[in-house]
Write a new protein. Structure first.
Length: 323
């Protein structure tokens, strides 16, 4: 007994006609009739009665029809499971994220990839933007989520989000104004990453540091800056009232929403691009491309929900001139 014979029999029974079934099944009527005869011979019972107006099932045929349908449903179900497993992505993808980006996107990315591609192994690393940039540029990691600056040219990168930077402060120590001028930021003690770990513009635009103050020690002393390279340390220093910081909204979203920290906009606004990229010249795997697509979806949702203050740049293609 073959599965095709079960399919032929049930189709004939459903349509009540050998000729009609032969047209739907794209098999000649004599061949179809022969297959049913072979099936009846194997079963040892007459299953169909040929009549001038078509065919009808015998009592044995009706019982066989019910069992045949169950078998075919089970077979189709098994095939569906196999096809589903075959279609699921497998492999390993490592994602390197700058500290502030990891705070905003790492967990929702992990959850989304688990939902969409449960057999794909995802590993997320966080660190300074420069370190993560170099890790992907050197091929140590598959995908980067970093702050866009001139060094990002080592990546084949796609700017994804333009995020706004705020002066973040303990609630009791926050400015009373709804916004403050960039030049007024230097009145506040700050905790920031070291200069070699973030774009110069974050210091220069935020603090008005001129070319004569490029030495990190001079800069830190002159502008009352505590140097740290950890969002966790930034948060502790802010909540302790030791310092303020310049951070995107999403990095401290929960504290801002619960009133422990105030995020004050700067005027004019300080904006920075966040890029998603792979090593230049690399051929990303199908799994890496799937994670990148999931990441863009996560970013879009975070912006739409107000978790990230900024705008999507997903359709922008940004390439740095090698010259």
């Amino acid at each position: 007994m073959e599965l095709k014979q079960l399919r032929y029999f049930t189709k004939i029974a459903d349509m009540g006609s050998l000729s009609a079934a032969s047209r739907v099944l794209h098999i000649s009527q004599p061949s179809l009739s022969y297959q049913i005869s072979q099936l009846e011979e194997q079963i040892g019972k007459k299953l169909l009665l040929r009549q001038p107006t078509g065919v009808s099932m015998t009592i044995e045929g009706e019982a066989f029809y019910r069992e045949a349908l169950q078998i075919l449903r089970q077979v189709d179900g098994i095939q569906g499971v196999v096809d589903s497993v075959r279609s699921q992505l497998t492999g390993y993808v490592s994602v390197a994220m700058a500290h502030t980006q990891a705070m905003q996107y790492a967990l929702p990315l992990i959850q989304k990839v688990r939902d969409l591609h449960p057999r794909l192994q995802l590993e997320v690393f966080d660190g300074t933007s420069r370190d993560m940039l170099r890790a992907v540029g050197s091929g140590q990691r598959d995908l980067a989520v970093v702050i866009w600056d001139s060094e990002s040219s080592i990546l084949a990168a796609q700017p994804a989000v333009e995020e706004e930077i705020f002066l973040v402060s303990k609630t009791e120590l926050a400015p009373q104004e709804k916004s403050i001028l960039r030049s007024d930021v230097r009145r506040y003690p700050l905790i920031l990453p070291s200069r070699d770990q973030i774009p110069e513009s974050l210091y220069d635009l935020g603090l008005g540091i001129d070319e004569s103050a490029k030495n990190p020690e001079t800069t830190a002393q002159q502008y009352n800056i505590i140097v740290a390279n950890s969002v966790g340390i930034f948060r502790q220093a802010i909540l302790a009232g030791i310092a303020h910081s310049l951070q995107p909204w999403g990095a401290l979203h929960d504290d801002i929403e619960q009133g422990r920290i105030i995020a004050t906009p700067l005027q004019p606004p300080v904006l920075r691009k966040v890029a998603i990229g792979t090593a230049r010249g690399a051929a990303p795997s199908q799994a890496t491309r799937a994670v990148q697509k999931a990441l863009l979806s996560v970013m879009e949702s975070r912006v739409a929900e107000g978790f990230v203050k900024g705008r999507m740049l997903a359709n922008e293609v940004h390439e740095v001139d090698k010259s």
